[in-house]
Design a protein around this ligand. Structure first.
Ligand code: 2RA
Length: 355
């Protein structure tokens, strides 16, 4: 019998993208697809693959008969409910941060370490943070060929990484500054927002304007100068690539883009690497689109790639002063490959176990 798939968080921002992804698949390996959400959203009707489904409330019984349960919910909800789903016999594929660094939970990017889906003693598999994920297909492919030894990245993260409140805040700020002279000092966005009544005391972006600005503070402050997004890039990259002592340093920056994270990557390898060889590696990886013709203005940018599934790579250069080192630019839709798509691809890897 075809396996049963559950989607927990079916009505949230990532859950909605997940349903788009399921609806867009040519075929799916699932029999029943069950939509689960908070009691507040229970009863909603959502069409999945031509069938109108009713969202049911999260409860232990909701997992009865489920083979694979995908979780797109906040950390604390996953922390409580993914183990309950696993106890009820489902494999939980979790897109929160609750289990990513747990030694008994594999952290999977199918292009890099698909085999890890079988090593799941707790019945839980984790999906990486979208910032790490946006560059993993590219780094995994290069690592297999040249042996990654050092990684320095700067991120350019979209507002939707902070969820719907992040999108709403950016749009409110853009509306407030649109067409304005922007204060006595040209570009004084802060003064313009304050005079428009948009308080900066409590924003998803560290109390800093995001419209017409960049904010070098992504996630929560963790001490010693580091923000959580930067530590996630380091810890998760090491775990996914299987290089526990990989040297990593990240600076994560929020930019006024609605959706699609970008990263400037500076990667050093054990073996000699050329731009031509790197291009070949990227071209051979089906989930990467290489857009690298800067002379003719062709390179990835969020406006070009939003809504797409692949990782877009361009601006590949041999670092002039660093041996065996490439610099390149990566863009990926943070709501698709960065969240829903990778989670769904993990679920697809599991489906044959139920054949
Ligand atoms: C962010 N990476 O962009 C996070 C979302 N998980 O804030």
């Amino acid at each position: 019998m075809a396996p049963t798939l559950a989607l927990v968080g079916a009505t949230g921002a990532v859950g909605t993208v997940m349903i788009d992804i399921i609806n867009g698949r040519e075929s799916v390996p699932w029999g029943e697809i069950r939509l689960i959400a908070s009691p507040r959203s229970a009863g909603k009707k959502i069409t999945v693959r031509g069938e109108e489904l009713t969202v049911i409330a999260l409860s232990p019984e909701a997992f009865d008969g489920v083979d694979v349960a995908m979780f797109d919910v906040p950390d604390e909800v996953s922390a409580e409910w993914a183990p309950i789903a696993a106890e009820r016999g489902a494999i939980a594929v979790d897109n929160s941060g609750a289990f990513r660094m747990n030694d008994e939970v594999p952290l999977v990017v199918p292009e890099v370490n698909a085999d890890k889906v079988r090593e799941r003693p707790r019945g839980i598999i984790a999906n990486p943070n979208c910032t790490t994920l946006s560059m993993m297909a590219a780094l995994g492919a290069l690592h297999r060929e040249f042996g990654l030894t050092e990684l320095v990245v700067a991120s350019y993260q979209a507002a939707s990484g902070a969820g719907q409140p992040g999108i709403d805040r950016l749009q409110a700020e853009l509306a407030a500054v649109s067409g304005k002279g922007l204060g006595a000092k040209a570009g004084d966005v802060r003064a313009e927002l304050e005079s428009s009544g948009l308080s900066l005391s409590d924003t998803p972006f560290a109390g800093t304007p995001l419209a017409l600005n960049v904010v070098p503070a992504a996630g929560s402050y963790k001490g010693d100068g580091w923000f959580s997004e930067e530590l996630k890039v380091r810890n998760e990259s090491r775990k996914i690539l299987g290089i526990p002592d990989l040297k990593v340093s990240a600076t994560c920056v929020r930019v006024p883009v609605v959706t699609t994270h970008s990263l400037a990557v500076h990667a050093t390898f054990a073996r000699e690497v050329t731009v031509e060889a790197a291009h070949k590696v990227f071209e051979a990886q089906p989930t990467i689109v290489l857009v690298d013709d800067p002379e003719n203005g062709r390179f990835p940018s969020p406006a070009e790639v939003v809504g797409g599934d692949p990782t877009y790579v361009g601006r590949v250069r041999q670092a002039l002063d660093f041996p065996n080192t490439l610099d390149f630019f990566v863009c990926g839709d943070n709501l698709r490959k960065g969240a829903a798509l990778n989670t769904y691809e993990i679920a697809e890897q599991l489906a044959p176990e139920f054949g």
